[in-house]
Ligand binder design. Structure first.
Ligand SMILES: [Zn+2]
Length: 252
């Protein structure tokens, strides 16, 4: 190698080292820029917060009312047309249960049931769950408000329990579980009783098709049937003549 060639070689190596150094510097600079760029505004925002940001707004008070229920005694006079001497249970064995529930309009409401004293706590438990899950109830008046007339109560889509009457069934007359305060009919229009070709109430005809669940309906595995099942109450929707509105502790 000539001396001149050697100088050229040194110059080439020097230039190469300089290029490598430049590349290393650039490569090193990139992550630094990436790391430092966001850090500055973050720090600035944090520093500015106490000065420029108003205090956090106070959360609005909860608008959902709490579930409420009461259990009280009921007199023969209060039972009106729903009770008479000779019924299988007397007023002393019955209780009035007032219950918060949701209406179909999405608003909270309150109603009352008359049930057997032994069923009062179960109803409170069921309706607490229905309230928590916003299951709608059309209305809940004791059936004396309808003169003890089950057809009138059903036509009004009224949810009711105690009524001293016979079972609505084929065969010889027998007391209904309602006559003991051990059964309840929920949203009768949305949950009609299909008895030997009849639809009870007639307004429930549009709900005979159970394959399309709509609000207020009892469906297998739904909140209504599950809430009663949790209390050991059975659903009439499983009968050969399905009574979708009916739940009882007796199975009848
Ligand atoms: Zn019933």
């Amino acid at each position: 190698m000539s001396r001149s060639g050697s100088r050229h070689a040194v110059a080439a190596v020097t230039a190469l080292l300089a290029l490598l150094a430049l590349l290393a510097a650039c490569a090193g600079a990139a992550p630094d820029a990436t790391l430092t760029a966001p850090a500055a505004p973050t720090t600035a925002v944090v520093q500015d917060l106490p000065v420029t940001t108003p205090p956090p707004a106070t959360p609005p008070p909860p608008t959902t009312p709490a579930f409420a229920a009461t259990v009280s005694a009921v007199t023969a006079a209060e039972l009106g047309a729903s009770w008479r001497p000779g019924c299988p249970v007397g007023p002393g064995e019955l209780r009035r249960v007032t219950l918060a529930h949701w209406g179909f309009d999405g608003q909270p409401a309150a109603g009352s049931l008359v049930v057997n004293a032994s069923a009062a706590q179960a109803m409170v438990n069921v309706f607490r769950r229905l309230f928590d899950e916003r299951f709608p109830i059309r209305g809940m008046a004791t059936i004396d408000a309808y003169g003890g007339d089950d057809d009138a109560s059903m036509a009004a889509d009224n949810t009711s329990a105690f009524n001293c009457r016979n079972a609505v069934a084929t065969g010889p007359p027998r007391w209904s579980a309602h006559a003991y305060g051990l059964a309840i009919d929920v949203n009768p229009v949305e949950n009609p009783y299909l008895l030997a070709g009849q639809v009870l109430p007639p307004a429930g005809r549009e709900y005979v098709d159970r394959s399309r669940p709509r609000p207020g309906m009892a469906v297998a595995g739904g909140v209504l049937t599950e809430a009663f099942a949790a209390e050991g109450w059975q659903w009439g929707g499983r009968w050969s003549n399905p009574d979708y509105q009916h739940f009882s502790s007796t199975g009848g």
